[in-house]
Write a protein that binds this ligand. Structure first.
Ligand SMILES: [Mn+2]
Length: 359
């Protein structure tokens, strides 16, 4: 069977809104905007008609990427479909205990046939670093500020705290069961993408969803233990090195780790996750940067803000992407050059805030 360039022109039977019972969690924008309901129905139509699906997400998958992939996989299986879950990078250790996480395959290239590929949290096919996706019908489900409609079917909702929340809405709209396994995966997406209900985007509906998921069988204490109290020692040693490099200038703070720091700590790339937040912790700081020197010399940059500096716009200018208050990009080395480049981009935005405060 030749599935190359197969474009299954799926059309919803009608533009009727999805079942009203999904609306018991109030979603910003859902009342005034009929779009989400139409998108949900279109996606469900694709899932109902197909048999075999590929589910993938971005490189260096985080809690939302892993949790939403797993929940989507469980949902597809419940619909009697076959689902392959694939990422370019390994699932980080803290998320490997999630139900079904050992079923996520690591690959550089994917082969079909698939009736569709579901892309979670990707603002373009290249975000997956998987080759071979172009040949399949693409469904893009994203909540990033930099999300864009590159796929055959696009559902973008920037008002939700995690893509897991969008998967939950699909499951409810389909009338499928939110199993305890699914609830555990989805709760993890909400917990991690809101930084433990701390980041912008955390709203009443986030807690309503968390409540639904706990009622469906997610254990909030066990999940919190897994996410926040299962840190490998190598990560804490790396954090120590990063904090030793902490610099602070007005409302801007930055820190970094070199390859040498990584070696000394016995750290791996996933140990860098979240270190940027320690720079944002500094009182009065509005934007923070973490730079990580990759073994091949390129510099991975994480950006965070307390909400008053749009770090998605800055990352996007440098070929990256993300959210208004959490984003990232990759720059050419050496580290010192990358550091000056990113600081030069940030200083004007931060200076604007200082102008406001002084004026
Ligand atoms: Mn996310």
């Amino acid at each position: 069977m030749d599935h190359s360039n197969r474009n299954l022109a799926f059309h919803p039977k009608s533009a009727a809104p999805a079942t009203p019972d999904e609306a018991h969690i109030p979603m910003a924008g859902s009342a005034a905007d009929p779009e989400p309901a139409i998108r949900i129905e279109e996606i469900l139509e694709v899932l109902r008609r197909g048999e075999r699906f590929l589910v993938c997400s971005h490189t260096r998958p985080d809690g939302d990427a892993v949790g939403s992939m797993l929940a989507m996989g469980l949902f597809l299986k419940q619909l009697g479909k076959q689902a392959d879950l694939v990422t370019a990078d390994r699932v980080p250790k803290i998320h490997r205990a999630l139900p079904g996480a050992d079923g996520i395959r690591t690959a550089q290239r994917v082969d079909g046939p698939y009736d569709a590929v579901i892309l979670l949290e990707c603002d373009g096919l290249e975000r997956t670093r998987l080759s071979g996706l172009e040949q399949f019908f693409q469904v893009n489900i994203d909540h990033h500020a930099t999300a864009c409609a590159y796929a055959n079917l696009n559902w973008i909702d920037r008002s939700v705290a995690s893509v897991g929340e969008m998967v939950y809405r699909l499951v409810k709209a389909a009338g499928a069961q939110v199993t305890p396994e699914m609830a555990t995966c989805l709760y993890t997406t909400v917990l991690t993408d809101t930084g433990g209900f701390c980041y912008g985007g955390t709203q009443a509906s986030t807690f309503a969803l968390a409540r639904e998921l706990v009622l469906a069988g997610a254990d909030p204490l066990r999940i919190a233990q897994q996410v926040y109290f299962s840190t490998p020692a190598s990560k804490l040693l790396l954090l120590g090195a990063a904090l030793g490099n902490l610099q602070h200038e007005g409302r801007l703070a930055w820190l970094w780790v070199t390859c040498q720091d990584m070696e000394r700590a016995g750290a791996v790339e996933e140990d860098c996750e979240g270190i940027v937040n320690f720079a944002l912790c500094v009182s009065g700081v509005e934007a923070a940067v973490f730079l990580y020197e990759q073994p091949e010399g390129r510099i991975q940059v994480s950006l965070r803000s307390k909400g008053n500096v749009n770090v998605a716009a800055i990352a996007e200018r440098l070929g990256g992407g993300g959210h208004v208050s959490a984003s990232g990009c990759t720059l050419e080395g050496p580290l010192e050059r990358a550091r000056e480049e990113i600081l030069a981009q940030l200083r004007p935005s931060v200076a604007l805030l200082e102008g406001e405060a002084d004026g």
